[in-house]
Design a binder for this molecule. Structure first.
Ligand code: C2E
Ligand code: MG
Ligand code: MG
Ligand code: MG
Length: 278
């Protein structure tokens, strides 16, 4: 039981807490409606190789809000995660990205782009997640080898054995697996060797400051050398300037993503960069 003083303190903060809850419930209701009305869109950001050629794209969700305009994922993904709505949103992302991939793969010059999409913890934890991926591939006709899922460390630590089983099942289907925001979580090295990954993504926070922070350069160097030892591709995120790009190339990085090469944009904008340049 709370003391009288404790109760008074709680009551003192109540109006604010209610306001937070009210906003949360409103946003939840809005997101549910958005899903039903088809207000989510995927933008695609190019990923390029050492010679600057587009090799694929990361799908990034946006909410085309009827009044507010285009709303970024930072504004609603955390709420969708807490409320469980991320399950429905995540299925939509999976389906939508697979359909887009199928379209690109069907271009006359058989475009071999890899489409990457972000998977949230609750989505990955569903018992039938691997089946969802398999079904999305079947429904769309998208080639599994051109699909990549971006996972974060936080999503793997809960039950690492189970995570490894799922990851193996996905890799057996041909689906690629990237570890997103690498270097920002904990204990990476302890389990990195157990994870059947195809790629690690250097978090953009290291790239942002690399030109004037030796520690960030040291971290990037070690991620690149880890990648080499484990046979993983390493891609640098958040590359904004030619100087960052040149330095990363000097360090041996051979895959890049960032505003320097292209902003996240509607799929049509990328299609014009495809091998046959439609
Ligand atoms: P992320 O997966 O690490 O995605 C990279 C973020 O960096 C994107 O932000 C992208 O627009 C941004 N970015 C790319 N290049 C640059 C650059 O050169 N400079 C800077 N400053 N930023 C750059 P965005 O689109 O706002 O997405 C933020 C996060 O939201 C993503 O981080 C991801 O964690 C999450 N997210 C996005 N789409 C989805 C989705 O479909 N499902 C789930 N579960 N999460 C998503
Ligand atoms: Mg990502
Ligand atoms: Mg990232
Ligand atoms: Mg992130």
């Amino acid at each position: 039981a709370k003391s009288a003083a404790g109760r008074r303190r709680v009551r003192f903060f109540e109006p604010q807490a209610q306001e937070v809850v009210r906003r949360y419930l409103n946003l939840h209701a809005d997101l549910l409606r958005a899903l039903e009305r088809g207000e989510f869109v995927l933008h695609y950001q190019p990923q390029v190789d050492g010679s600057g050629r587009v090799r694929g794209a990361e799908a990034l969700i946006r909410w085309q809000h009827p009044e507010e305009g285009l709303v970024g994922p930072a504004e609603f993904i955390p709420v969708a995660e807490r409320s469980g709505l991320i399950i429905g949103v995540g299925e939509w992302v999976l389906d939508s990205a697979c359909r887009q991939l199928a379209q690109w793969a069907a271009l006359p010059t058989s475009c071999d782009w890899v489409v990457a999409l972000n998977v949230s913890a609750r989505q990955f934890a569903q018992a039938d997640f691997v089946d969802q991926v398999r079904n999305a591939l079947l429904r769309s006709g998208a080639p599994a080898r051109q699909l990549k899922l971006e996972l974060t460390e936080g999503l793997l630590v809960d039950d690492i054995d189970d995570a490894v089983l799922r990851m193996n099942a996905l890799r057996q289907m041909g689906v690629g697996l990237a570890l997103d925001d690498f270097g920002t979580g904990y204990s990476s090295l302890r389990y990195l060797k157990r994870l059947p990954l195809s790629q690690v993504k250097i978090d953009q926070s290291f790239v942002r400051d690399m030109l004037n922070n030796g520690n960030d350069v040291a971290i990037i160097r070690s991620i690149l050398s880890l990648g080499e030892s484990f046979g993983l591709e390493v891609i640098a995120e958040g590359v904004e300037t030619a100087d960052q790009h040149a330095f990363l190339q000097e360090l041996g990085c051979a895959a890049f993503q960032g505003y320097l090469f292209g902003r996240p944009q509607p799929a049509a904008g990328l299609t014009s960069l495809s091998p046959n340049g439609i």
